[in-house]
Design a protein around this ligand. Sequence first.
Ligand code: AGP
Length: 609
Amino acid sequence: MCGIFGYIGKSEAVPFIVEGLKKLEYRGYDSAGVATYEHGRIFVSKCEGKIAELEELLTDKPIGGEMGIGHTRWATHGSPSDVNSHPHTSCDGKIALVHNGIIENYLELRRKLSEEGHKFKSTTDTEVIVHLVEKYYKGDLEKAMRQALQEVTGSYAIAAICEQEPGKIVCARKGSPLIVGLSDNEAFISSDIPAIIKYTSKVIYLEDEEVATIQRKKIQISTLDGKPVKRKPTLISWDPESAEKGGYAHFMLKEIHEQPGAIRKTIAHRVNVDSAKVHFDELNLEPKEIRHFNRIIFTACGTSWHAALVGEYLMERYAKIPVEVEYAAEFRYREPIVDDKTLLIAVSQSGETADTLGAVWEAKARGAKVISICNVVGSSLARESHGVIYTDAGPEIGVASTKAFTTQLAVIYLLTVLFGQVRKTLPQAKAIQMINNLMEIPDKMERVLAKEADVEKLSEKFYNSTNALYLGRGKGFPVALEGALKLKEVSYIHAEGYPAAEMKHGPIALIDKNMPVVVLAMHGRRYDKILGNIEEVKARGGIVIAIASEGDQMVKEKADEIIYIPASTEAVSPMLAVVPLQLFAYYIAVKRGCHVDQPRNLAKSVTVE
Ligand code: AGP
C-alpha cells in the first residue's frame, strides 16, 4: 500500500521525509517522491523505483525547505512510472499533493476537469484531486480541499502544500489511515506509527472525512463541512527500538523470535491464572449480551482469516456457539443474513484492511454487534467496532504476518474461555486447565525456536521446490493453510494448504517425488488418521515433512523429515506448530534471494479493495 510522510518544522524537510519513507517501505511500493516549499516555490523530485533511486535524484538535484510531503506509491490506477509517481501538481505547479487510496469516480472528474482546461500529465486517479483543489483554490488551501473532496467518491489519505500558504500542510482522510505526530515546534504526518515513533510518541489520529491544517505549533481539525473538531493526542507506548531490526537480518525473523514475548504481553494483564478469570478492558460486552448471541461470524483476510478459522474450532467446542468464518470481501457483498443476535468478530493486524472494514460496516448496518481483534491502537477497525481487543505484538513490519498471528490465537483462546464461562458451557476445572496450558506456551515456543538451525538445514533440501502441499486435520488444518501462505508469499513457491482428509478427493494426484508434503501430525484426536494420510503420501513416492509431538517414534518411522514440537493440547497446539513453518518459509525465501520483508506485489496493509 502507498505510504505518506510529511514534515514541517525548523530543520530541512527532505532528510526527515526520506527517512520516514524508508520506514514505510514495508507497506510495499514501486515508486517514490518528495515535494518541498522553499523561497516562495514548490519543488518536486520523484521517480519510479525504490527510495535509493529517489535519493540519487535528490543528490543530483537537491530540493530544500523546512516543509514538505513525501510518498511511496503502490500502483492501483496507472502503471509504475516517473510521471505516475507522487506528488502530483496543479497546472500552475503551485500546489503539490500525495494520496493513498482509490478515487472511484476519477474518470468522470478527469473528463470534466479536462473540458474546463486542466492539463493532465499522468494516468493516475490521484491527479484529479490536485486539479480539483486548484479549481477551487481562492487563497485558502483547506477550504479548497474541502470543496474538492465533496466531489470525490472513494478512499483517501491526502496531504497537500501550496506556494501561497507556506508553513501549512493540509491533510484529509477517508478509509485510509493518516496520523499527525506532534513535537515541539515541528509536526509530522504519516500513514502509520513506525515512521514517526522515533521523533515523537504524541500522535493524533485523523478520523474519516476530517480535514486538518498542520503548522509547526498548531493543528486545526475540522469535518468535511467545516465544523471544528477537538481531538486529544494519544501517547503511543511503543519504544522506537521496536520498530528497528534489532540485529536480525530481516524484520520477519525478528518478529518470529518476538512471539514468546508478544504472547506473554498479550495475555499478562488479561487473566487471573488461579481463578481462570479473563478480562478485556475494551471488549464492551456485558455477560447478558454474550449469552444473548446465537451465533458468531468471524471475518478477516489472509493470515488473520486463518486465526479466525482456529477460533471456529475453539468457540464451537468450548463455548457451544455456532460459528462461521467469512472472507471479508465475500461477506460484505453477499447480502448476509445478520441480526442483533449475531456477534461479528473482525480480526486484523493492521486494522486498516479495506475489505475487513467493509465487512464491519455491512454487519453493523444489519444490526450485528461488532468486536475487533487488532494490533494497532486507534486504527480504523478499532474505532469502527463496538469493542476491541488489542494484541500486544508491537509493530509488525515484515509483510508476512507472524507474531500478529500467534497473538491473535492467544486472544481468541482467552475469548473462548471467557465465553465458555459466561455461557456456562465450560466447567471451571477445565477453564483453569486451559489457562494453565496457555501460560506454558511462551516457554514451549522458545524451545521450538531453539530448533531454528534444524529448520534452516531442512530448508537447504527444499528451496528449489516448485510446489508444496500442507496437510492438517482439525486445528492443524488452519495451520496448514497458514504454513502454505507463508511459503508462497515470501518465497514465491506455489503452496497449498488442505484438510488432510480431502487429499483423496483431488490433491493426491499431485503427489510425486518432487512434491514436498508438510503434515501437521501432532498428538490429538485425529492422530491415527493423519498417520494414515502420511502412509498414503509415502505410498505414492511423496516426500513427507512432519511436524510432530516430542518423543513420537511412529511418525519418525514414517516421515522423511521430522520437526518435533513440545507436546501440548490440541487447543493451543496451533501457536506452537506454526513456528517451524514460519522459519521454514523464511529460510527458503532467503536461500532463494527473495525480498523477505517486502515480497513482490504484496503490501503490509491492503487498504484498497
Ligand atoms: C499475511 O502474511 C499477509 N501479509 C496477509 O495475508 C495479511 O494477513 C492480510 O492482508 C490481512 O491483513 P490484516 O491482518 O492487517 O487485516
